[in-house]
Design a protein around this ligand. Structure first.
Ligand SMILES: NC(=O)c1ccc[n+]([C@@H]2O[C@H](COP(=O)([O-])OP(=O)(O)OC[C@H]3O[C@@H](n4cnc5c(N)ncnc54)[C@H](O)[C@@H]3O)[C@@H](O)[C@H]2O)c1
Length: 296
């Protein structure tokens, strides 16, 4: 397949990498040359690390890089594409603009996919003249490590688009789950339900964060506890998604006051050095001193 990936940021460069590793020809597009270059550099670094760890051979690395190119020109990126995956910022207006621009330059039967983690793919598709070719392909961070792709079926998605998209997911050796386009899809909705309840439990003094996390790791076999996961994702991101799910799905997603307080204090988790845990150089070094403070 000929694939265009739009946006060379955290997700886009990873999606370009796994697509090229799956044998596809890939053009990576961002709005500035240095962003495209950084994306390609990120791919080179991932592959080099893969070679060092014997996960990737030298010749696979070379072949992958040979299948990749970068551009800032949208028409150049999509004009021959069978599949376009957008990974531009999480903003409906930006995504709809990108969708329309893609439709103007891409072949008529190209699939137009969004890597959105929360927005309605149906709403994105609504601005297209041929919306049946739209689908969500929700990759997880980092795409070269995480095996799952949630395939989001918009109201307009045709059966053919769904089948071709699943074929692509299989070609890059990822696991697909097919989800109807609803708020939070499957992953964010369930993950957040657990994460918010865990924060409420800390707030009510049921247990400290590290014990709640250990309970889920050791008792239920989760690779990471729900509080620690929140620190990884960013507590601001969690709050934002909770507000959206509350609006769409009801009061059970009401964000706890404790979560708002953390965000107001700039304690957003790993990226700011403190959330429910304290982080140094990306490593968890202790717990934030204020767990259990204040009740809603
Ligand atoms: N970061 C995550 O963990 C994660 C996980 C799953 C899904 N997502 C989703 O992936 C998408 C991208 O997120 P990200 O974290 O990679 O963002 P990011 O900010 O790291 O990257 C976005 C990139 O898009 C570029 N861009 C902006 N407008 C553009 C345009 N018109 N055409 C091409 N590029 C454009 C920006 O310059 C930037 O480099 C969002 O929809 C997000 O919700 C993110």
């Amino acid at each position: 397949m000929q694939i265009a990936v739009l946006g060379a940021g955290s997700m886009g460069h990873g999606i370009a990498q796994v697509s090229a590793m799956g044998g596809h020809d890939v053009v990576l597009r961002d709005i500035e040359d240095n962003l495209v270059a950084e994306g390609i550099e990120g791919i080179q670094q991932n592959l080099t690390a893969g070679v060092e760890r014997d996960k990737v051979t030298e010749s696979e690395m070379e072949a992958t890089l040979n299948r990749l190119s970068g551009t800032t020109n949208l028409a150049d990126a999509v004009s021959d594409a069978d599949l376009v995956v957008e990974a531009v910022p999480e903003d409906m207006d930006i995504k709809q603009d990108v969708f329309q621009d893609v439709e103007a330059s891409a072949p008529k039967d190209a699939i137009i996919a969004s890597n959105t983690s929360s927005l309605s793919v149906t709403e994105m598709a609504s601005v297209l003249e041929r919306p049946g070719r739209t689908i969500g392909l929700h990759f997880f961070n980092p795409p070269h490590i995480m095996d799952l792709v949630e395939v989001i079926i918009a109201e307009q998605t045709t059966g053919e688009t769904e089948a071709r998209a699943i074929e692509y997911v299989e070609s890059i050796e990822k696991e697909d789950v097919v989800v109807r386009d609803t708020a939070g899809f499957a992953t964010s909705r369930l993950g957040l339900a657990l994460g918010l309840e865990a924060i409420r439990m800390v707030e009510q003094g049921v247990a400290k964060p590290s014990d709640i996390d250990a309970a889920m790791r050791k008792g239920y076999g989760y690779p990471m506890g729900p509080i620690e996961l929140g620190d990884h994702v960013g507590l601001d991101v969690r709050l934002h998604i909770a507000e959206y799910l509350r609006e769409e799905l009801g009061e059970r997603f009401k964000p706890p006051q404790a979560l708002r307080r953390k965000v107001r204090a700039g304690k957003l988790g790993k990226k700011t050095g403190e959330g429910y845990y304290v982080w140094e150089d990306g490593e968890k070094v202790g717990m934030s001193g204020e767990w259990g403070e204040g009740n809603e």
